[in-house]
Design a binder for this molecule. Structure first.
Ligand SMILES: Nc1ncnc2c1ncn2[C@@H]1O[C@H](COP(=O)(O)OP(=O)(O)OP(=O)(O)O)[C@@H](O)[C@H]1O
Ligand SMILES: [Mg+2]
Length: 377
């Protein structure tokens, strides 16, 4: 085993061994894929959307009649870059070893691409010079249609999908919606980390994607399952951890997956082989110390009123009634209209998450470490 090996991933996906639960969601999403139902995956940031997609694609690897293509468009700024990402993802998914791969390679060649290879990773990158709108739309349609006509099923997962809203070309949603509607053997999973924008695309009656997909809301991993996963994974690497320590991890990070994983990751590195609650608390406090600089940066970027409200929300942990008189007066937050404006800004800036997918909607500070730091002040 490598020395720096850590079973608690702070990013990416490795294999089912390092992935906790999500059994129901995996089954549901796999069924949707098999039935060719298009899906939008909603969840607040850093809860495990990308991980879940990778997990499902990993499971579907053995299905030789289906090819899963993952596309992260976060760093694309316009339609032309989207096309390059799409072409690269397709090119990568079909290595030219077999006849289908060759055929797809030839189809991509017909768009006169430049194919280059990264010097370090050896990964290919396809650039297609399409500048005119018609030419671009034809390329998108051409790539999707060609694949759709082969004797296989295709699944596209487009991650950070809200990025298309920032393209200068305003018809991107309509162009893609047309494709999604017309393809026979292709299904889509759309997912994105900006919930406001994702809701705008899929739940706004005025927009092309409205009512076009089934939505799946990802929530926190169940407490019992997460605790068992953590205990077992430490044990697998010959580390014991007390029940109290595991409870502390889950509670302190509120089972917000990234924050839970990272605390486990750091505990794994720093806490020896018999881990107690005290050990975990030390690690947690170390994380807050390291991140303090970032927290002060946040404070600089927010107005005084926003920072004050953010602190108040942190102290409440979960806030259901931000406009209640007692809340406003307890934390001396000024006029109700100022609270409304500040809260709106904090949600837009994704400093605060607004969970509306539960019986009693609530607000919570996004970054669990920032939340705990504010509580300790
Ligand atoms: N079920 C899981 N079991 C263990 N680790 C997980 C699980 N789901 C996600 N993770 C880990 O949690 C972290 C955040 O997950 P991921 O990147 O999938 O979230 P995301 O919702 O896509 O985030 P973002 O909104 O920033 O795109 C990653 O380190 C990932 O490895
Ligand atoms: Mg993601």
């Amino acid at each position: 085993m490598e020395n720096d090996f850590n079973p608690f991933l702070e990013r990416g996906y490795r294999s089912p061994v390092y992935f906790c639960d999500r059994e129901d969601e995996t089954k549901l999403l796999t069924d949707y894929i098999v039935n060719q139902t298009n899906v939008t995956l909603f969840a607040f940031r850093r809860l495990g959307k990308t991980g879940l997609i990778k997990h499902i694609f990993h499971k579907l690897r053995s299905d030789k009649n289906r090819v899963c293509i993952y596309l992260d468009i976060y760093d694309t700024v316009d339609k032309s870059e989207f096309i390059n990402k799409l072409a690269t993802a397709i090119y990568t998914a079909f290595p030219p070893k077999n006849s289908l791969g060759k055929k797809i390679g030839q189809a991509i060649q017909s768009f006169r691409p430049v194919i280059s290879f990264d010097e370090l990773t050896g990964l290919p990158s396809v650039t297609i010079a399409a500048t005119q709108t018609t030419q671009q739309n034809n390329t998108i349609a051409g790539l999707f249609t060609f694949l759709d006509q082969q004797s296989i099923k295709i699944v596209f997962a487009i991650d950070e999908f809200q990025q298309i809203l920032s393209y200068p070309e305003k018809n991107m949603e309509a162009v893609l919606r047309t494709q999604v509607q017309q393809l026979q053997n292709t299904s889509f999973i759309f997912c994105g980390s900006n919930q406001l924008q994702m809701h705008e695309i899929f739940n706004s009656a005025k927009r092309p994607f409205f009512a076009s997909c089934t939505s799946l809301n990802l929530t926190r991993i169940e407490e019992k399952k997460y605790k068992l996963f953590i205990t077992k994974l430490f044990k697998k690497y010959d580390k014991s951890i007390t029940e109290n320590a595991v409870s502390f991890i889950c509670n302190w990070t509120r089972r917000h997956t990234f924050y839970t994983q990272y605390l486990c990751n750091q505990t794994f590195v720093k806490s020896g082989n018999n881990i107690t609650e005290e050990n975990v608390k030390e690690v947690a406090s170390g994380i807050l110390q390291v991140q303090e600089g970032k927290f002060y940066q946040y404070r600089k970027l927010l107005t005084k009123a926003q920072w004050k409200l953010l602190t108040a929300i942190a102290k409440e942990t979960q806030l259901t009634q931000p406009h209640a008189k007692t809340f406003i007066s307890t934390y001396d937050l000024g006029s109700p209209s100022l609270v409304v404006r500040s809260l709106d800004a904090l949600v837009k800036k994704e400093m605060v998450l607004h969970n509306i997918g539960v019986e009693k909607p609530y607000y919570e500070v996004y970054d669990k470490y920032l939340m705990r730091w504010m509580q300790s002040k």
